[in-house]
Design a protein around this ligand. Structure first.
Ligand code: SIN
Ligand code: FE2
Length: 216
């Protein structure tokens, strides 16, 4: 095999970024094909859709969910629901490969008791972005957020607990998992517009899974 010094894939590693935030580089790179198959199955039952936020703006990111509860937004606000408002059916159950990955990643980042009951799946086309926000509809902040990235790379905006602080820009690649919890559970975060590219497994898309534990 020719030695390619410029595109050597990173070895799996754990980088603590700030207190409560860990970047698990390449943590799920080898599981990506099965994860993507699972996501395709979820999306065939509950398709990706661009949701509307209370201001009336349509999000650039396509979203769906799996698990007991799914995150949605419309003109009336943000919430978790047991049913997909598009299909009227329960969100698809969380595939075991996803549930298992979320648990392993949380454990590796120091949150051994995490069991996710809600997974938001984000599909970013070229140019899609997510503005700075906190994940705060879960009503229980004792559990972390486990965020899995597949496909095209992204610049993750890692803020602080204060919206006005300038976020750090962190390059996130296929197979990376970012976990934030404890003192960092309510950090502001977002994603800069995805730049043009083509990934062997996802084509012109980035897929992100965010696993949460929502109080029932
Ligand atoms: C999110 O905050 O829900 C998604 C973050 C990401 O796509 O990396
Ligand atoms: Fe978020």
């Amino acid at each position: 095999m020719p030695l390619n010094l410029f595109h050597e894939p990173p070895e799996p590693s754990i980088e603590p970024l700030v207190d409560g935030v860990a970047l698990l580089r390449a943590f799920c790179r080898d599981d990506a094909p099965i994860l993507l198959d699972s996501i395709t199955n979820v999306a065939s039952a509950s398709p990706f859709r661009q949701m509307v936020v209370p201001s009336g703006h349509t999000m650039s990111v396509g979203m769906t969910n799996c698990g007991d509860l799914g995150w949605t937004t419309d003109r009336t606000g943000y919430r978790y629901t047991a049913h997909d408002p598009v299909t009227g059916k329960p969100w698809p159950p969380m595939p075991s490969a996803l549930l298992d990955l979320a648990q392993r990643a949380a454990n590796a980042a120091g949150f051994p008791t995490f069991t996710s009951n809600a997974c938001l799946i984000n599909q970013y086309a070229i140019g899609a972005r997510l503005s700075l926000h906190q994940d705060k509809n879960e009503q229980d902040y004792t559990h972390p957020i486990v965020s899995v990235s597949l496909g095209l790379p992204a610049t993750f905006l890692l803020g602080t607990l204060h919206r006005s602080d300038t976020p750090r820009r962190i390059r996130i690649e296929h197979g990376d998992v970012l976990v934030w919890g404890g003192p960092a559970r309510l950090i502001y975060h977002g994603v800069a517009p995805i730049t043009a590219g083509e990934h062997p497994l996802t084509g012109p898309f980035r897929i992100n899974l965010t696993f949460r534990r929502v109080a029932i």
